[in-house]
Ligand binder design. Sequence first.
Ligand SMILES: [Zn+2]
Ligand SMILES: [Zn+2]
Length: 418
Amino acid sequence: MLLALALLAATPVARPATPDAEIKTAAERIRPQLVAVRRDLHAHPELSNREERTGRLIAERLRAQGLEVRYPVAKTGVVGILRGAKPGPAVALRADIDALPIEEKTGLSFASQAKGVMHACGHDAHTAMLLGTAEVLASMKDLLPGTVVFLFQPAEEGAPEGEEGGAPLMVKEGALDAPKVQAVFGLHVGSWAAAGQAGWTDGPIFASADTFTIEVAGRTAHGAQPQMGLDPIPIAAEMVQALQLIVSRQIDGRQPRVLTIGRIQGGTRFNIIADRVTMDGTLRTHDAAVRAEMKARMARTVKGVAEAHGTTATLRFLDEGNPPTVNDATLAREVGAPALQRVFGAGAVRVEPQMVAEDFPFYGQKAPYFYFLLGTKNDAKGIASANHTATFDVDEDVLPLGVRAMATLAWDFLIKKR
Ligand SMILES: [Zn+2]
Ligand SMILES: [Zn+2]
């Protein structure tokens, strides 16, 4: 300590640096409890907006670490605030905490004890890592140059029909306002890459996701006399084709986009003209302008095809939908990538954006953000299943890496903005 003080005194112009070695040591020290917390959460998964036990557990642990705690926020969520001893700005780190309606088939000793509910997207690992990050940074708060806000967010997978939830509700309830945060960092675990890898971009990383329903009106008649009614089935078929022509013929070929009709339903019997057809689908893009253009063209196409056949059809987007997750380029280059490179070495890699989606970009209404992928696949351990499957698992050896990444991103940002 004396030696360190002497060195500091001898080099007054030295810029402060993130204490990488101390963060690493602290993250390694809590490895057993990271695993224990993750397994406890895994055994007790809770669906979106129903994370009662999970929220209480988080609030208790944060209070025990000496953080200021706001609970509940956005129904079952928690906001923890850690004020460093040194002055500086505020930065937020986010974990989502909800599970999925899937019957677990991993056979793990700590498998889900809740029938039909499973942490199949790894949010148990996200929560354990963010609790660990809070503990690591709390243990170093005498050196911390600013404030870190820990966002434990419910309902990332989507609130139940008719309920608010997730990142939009966290924002609405002021989770980023007091203190006002100047950047938000988040991650997602998954089988996309091997344990020890971190994937980042300096632009789009996840897609927008809009769920829609189309209803085509018809008029029933005998199947032998379609002219007496109005058959919606061939009209719906034409609509499906016409919608795919928007994708292939009307949008700049360099822009990623996917339009899927995943469900189509109509009719009651082989010889009766159906009275209506309903179709459900999803729209994915990586760009807000392409997303808006796709939606406008879909509305025109649905209306136009229906009119051409003398009927009506409605297109309804079910909820607000997730915007594309687009990393702030400056934040990614100046803070995100350098921090990941120090923690993961050659394992930090630039990746292509994915077509899956997240509600994380709603935090972008308040501050620039950086979101990255944490590889948790390990073929040697038989951990290879995809997110959202009944056999999904994560390689727990990466948990301290995730803690180091989050702690380093926060610290680097605070130093940079000081
Ligand atoms: Zn998911
Ligand atoms: Zn997820």
